[in-house]
Ligand binder design. Structure first.
Ligand SMILES: CC(C)(COP(=O)(O)OP(=O)(O)OC[C@H]1O[C@@H](n2cnc3c(N)ncnc32)[C@H](O)[C@@H]1OP(=O)(O)O)[C@@H](O)C(=O)NCCC(=O)NCCS
Length: 192
C-alpha cells in the first residue's frame, strides 16, 4: 500500500474509483452515488483543497480522503454556522479546514490505512481548526469514532440533523496543527 497526495486533477482522473470506494465504505445505494459523484467533482476546485489516497501495489484505490477551507456559502459550512452560537462560530469557523470525506474500502479497513490518511491530510491542511461530521454511533463500536477520538477530536455539535438526511450526525473538531498524542502501551506507560 502506498499513501500519495493527490492534486485536484488526480482525483478527477480516478473519480469512478473514488465513488466506488465511497459507496462500498458507506454502504450507499447506486442512485445516491450519482449525486455524490457530482458533488465530489465540484469540490476539487474549492480553496484550500487537499487530498490523499492509498493505492495498492496494482494501483487500485484502497482509500482516499479530502477536505478544503470551510467558507460561508458552502452548504455544510452554512448549516453548521447556523447551529452554533456566536462564540463557537468564532472559535471553530474563522480559519477552518473541513475534512469532507475519509474512506477506506471494507477489505482494507482495520490496518491503519484510515489513520495514515487522516494524519497526512491534517499535516497538509491549512487552518487553525479542523471540523468534520460523522453519523452518530456507539463510540466504542464505530471505527470512525474510535479513529477521531484517538486523534483528539472533541464534540462541537451532537445529534445534529442536516436538512434532507434523517440520520443524526455529530460535528467534531480539533485545533491544528496535529500534534500526536503518545500512544500508551498495555501497562499504561507512554510508548515511543
Ligand atoms: C473510518 C475509516 C476511514 C477508518 O479507516 P481504517 O483504515 O479502517 O481504520 P484505522 O486506520 O483506524 O485502523 C483501524 C484499526 O487498526 C488499528 N491500527 C492502526 N494502525 C495500525 C497498523 N499499522 N497495523 C495494524 N493495525 C493498525 C487501529 O488501532 C484501529 O483499531 P480500532 O479500530 O480497533 O481502534 C474506515 O473504517 C471507513 O472507511 N469506514 C467506513 C466509512 C466511514 O465511516 N467513514 C468516515 C465517515 S465520516
Amino acid at each position: 500500500m502506498r499513501l500519495v497526495a493527490w492534486q485536484p486533477d488526480d482525483l478527477l482522473r480516478r473519480l469512478d474509483d473514488v465513488v466506488t470506494v465511497y459507496g462500498e465504505a458507506m454502504g450507499y445505494r447506486p442512485e445516491l452515488l450519482q449525486t455524490r459523484r457530482g458533488y465530489i467533482g465540484s469540490h476539487v476546485r474549492r480553496p484550500g483543497f487537499r487530498a490523499v489516497a492509498t493505492l495498492t501495489t496494482e494501483g487500485r484505490v484502497a482509500g482516499f480522503g479530502y477536505g478544503y477551507t470551510s467558507a460561508a456559502g458552502q452548504w455544510w459550512h452554512d448549516q453548521v454556522r447556523y447551529a452554533l452560537g456566536e462564540d463557537s462560530r468564532r472559535q471553530w469557523l474563522t480559519d477552518c479546514f473541513e475534512v469532507v470525506e475519509l474512506h477506506v474500502r471494507p477489505a482494507a479497513q482495520g490496518h491503519g490505512v484510515g489513520a495514515r490518511q487522516l494524519r497526512a491530510l491534517l499535516a497538509m491542511a491549512k487552518g487553525k481548526t479542523v471540523l468534520l461530521s460523522t453519523p452518530e454511533a456507539d463510540e466504542q463500536a464505530s471505527r470512525a469514532w474510535r479513529l477521531y477520538r484517538r486523534y483528539g477530536f472533541d464534540d462541537v455539535l451532537r445529534d445534529f440533523y442536516f436538512p434532507g438526511d434523517e440520520r443524526a450526525f455529530a460535528v467534531l473538531g480539533r485545533e491544528l496543527p496535529l500534534v500526536e498524542r503518545p500512544l500508551e502501551d498495555a501497562s499504561g506507560a507512554a510508548g515511543a
